[in-house]
Design a binder for this molecule. Structure first.
Ligand code: ACM
Ligand code: ZN
Length: 508
């Protein structure tokens, strides 16, 4: 729905230029653009910040503008030759924005600081690609006059990061945050623990990193790495400047070999666990018949909650073969005492206890879709990864995040080039992601309302370096961003044209 302000401003732009396309990813909802009338930046162009909440996003983007243009972009109280940033309560979607570029001034109105940030990202994409350069480029800096009204389709637009299979320096994660935010993704799902490494310092349980953050590889070498709490707090603050929330994942009751190697008494067998040096699924789980396990989880989650302000914590829950629970007398006792039918009932009992722990510390639970069993807490948010078709079933009753492996696993091959680096055996091309019908037309309004958003997952078994990871993420992230934000018509050639323009920015 075009606002009055939008219609009014477009009158002077629109006389002959309705049909100009716009090289922006994700594509905005409404725009009009006139490439023949331009706003010219010069050494006097200022930034005017009308609300104090906007200083952080203004400073973040001013730094990008300063480093490539060499102009100072001083912050001023008012002025014509300026980018003026304002909060605007009439913008219903908090991440929505309205951008008006006239020959004399640029105005951005946002529903929140994030909305203003996204308006600024659109402005950056309208500037020449050298705007992303880290060193000064001498050239004319101008943008076409335009009016753009925009807001996201989904409020959760995620990218996942797995430092457990191959550890990732914190600076690589920061770079990922910067670039995902340029394409208007807003959640980094940080998979901090798994069978192959425990990567988060927990002060109460120091052995988690002393033992769990190192694995001996089959060839005798070792692979290791973890983040201190200080590093993670700094990462959270960094992400906030780019309007990215970090949701940590602490895997349980499976994918817990690094934890069990450090504290073997918490497993059903109780000894001889090693940080796993094979990929795949291990059959060892945390023991549900040992109440210390729940104290341990609570203490870990308390520390995690103090690092990550996110309302949500992901607790994994995927790939839990229940054979060890079947032969553990303590686990079987819990089944009997609580009238549970079997190990599946025990699994739901475990997750619901963790859900209560999270609620007690003011957090909410996300878990993978294996958790969608009878009796799982109504408040659990289910992250669907296995079966695309289960969306319609699960979204009837639960809030869902949609990350089906056949579209959203960026560890798959993406080309038919035989020299492509090793990846997981499946294949997911840019075009497949672009053509993905995220929400089938048959879904009811209730089901649609329950879809919080989508996310791409970047499991790192085959990704040895950050360069390997970036090759897998790009360009597919561009198609994901388009699916997560835009409601645009399916026009592959137009998308490819915009991808070309994004490429030069990503390569700079
Ligand atoms: C998963 O890929 N096991 C969530
Ligand atoms: Zn047990």
């Amino acid at each position: 729905m075009r606002s009055f302000r939008y219609i009014f401003t477009t009158i002077f732009l629109s006389i002959a230029f309705w049909s100009y396309s716009i090289n922006v990813i994700p594509h905005p909802i409404e725009y009009d653009i006139n490439p023949y009338i331009r706003f010219e930046f010069d050494e006097n162009t200022a930034i005017v910040v009308k609300n104090k909440e906007l200083y952080d996003v203004a400073e973040t983007v001013a730094n990008t503008l300063r480093s490539s243009t060499g102009y100072n972009f001083p912050f001023k109280k008012r002025g014509g030759n300026a980018i003026t940033l304002r909060l605007d309560k009439s913008i219903k979607n908090r991440e929505g924005y309205y951008l008006n570029i006239s020959p004399y001034s640029i105005d951005i109105y946002g529903g929140s600081p994030a909305g203003v940030y996204y308006g600024l990202q659109t402005l950056l994409q309208l500037l020449p690609f050298e705007i992303e350069s880290n060193s000064i480029v001498k050239r004319r800096w101008s943008v076409p006059c335009a009016v753009i009204e925009d807001a996201p389709k989904f409020s959760y637009r995620g990218l996942h990061c797995d430092p457990c299979r191959h550890f990732l320096p914190i600076d690589s994660i920061k770079k990922q945050i910067v670039w995902m935010s340029k394409y208007k993704l807003n959640v980094l799902h940080l998979h901090l623990t798994d069978d192959q490494l425990w990567t988060i310092e927990i002060k109460k349980y120091p052995k988690l990193v002393e033992i769990g953050s190192v694995r001996q590889e089959a060839d005798g070498s070792s692979h290791s790495g973890y983040y201190t709490q200080e590093e993670l707090k700094d990462l959270v603050a960094f992400a906030a400047k780019y309007c990215v929330t970090i949701i940590p994942e602490i895997e349980m009751p499976g994918h817990a070999m690094a934890l069990l190697a450090a504290y073997p008494e918490l497993g059903c067998i109780g000894e001889n666990y090693k940080v796993r040096n094979l990929w795949g699924v291990d059959e060892n789980l945390l023991c549900v018949g040992n109440d210390t396990v729940f104290d341990f989880i609570q203490n870990i989650l308390l520390e995690v909650a103090q690092i990550f302000p996110s309302e949500y914590i992901h607790i994994g829950g995927d790939e839990c073969p229940t054979t060890v629970w079947h032969s553990c007398s303590k686990c079987q006792q819990v089944i009997t005492d609580n009238n549970l039918n079997n190990e599946t009932g025990l699994y739901v009992y475990f997750l619901n206890r963790v859900d209560s722990i999270l609620k007690n510390i003011g957090k909410r639970m996300i878990c993978w879709d294996e958790s969608f069993e009878n009796g799982i807490s109504d408040d659990a948010t289910i992250m669907i990864w296995r079966d695309e078709k289960s969306l319609s079933k699960i979204s009837n009753t639960h809030r869902v995040l949609f990350t089906p492996w056949n579209y959203c696993y960026f560890d798959h091959y993406q080309s038919d080039n035989k020299w492509e680096s090793p990846a997981q055996t499946d294949f997911t091309s840019l075009k497949e992601i672009y053509d993905w019908q995220v929400t089938p037309k048959t879904l009811s309004q209730t089901q649609l309302n329950n879809i919080w958003g989508i996310q791409a997952n970047v499991w790192s078994e085959c990704l040895f370096s950050n360069a390997d990871r970036e090759k897998m993420i790009y360009p597919r992230l561009l198609a994901l961003a388009e699916k997560a934000w835009s409601v645009s018509d399916n026009d592959w050639n137009y998308f490819l044209k915009r991808v070309d323009s994004a490429y030069v920015r990503l390569m700079i």
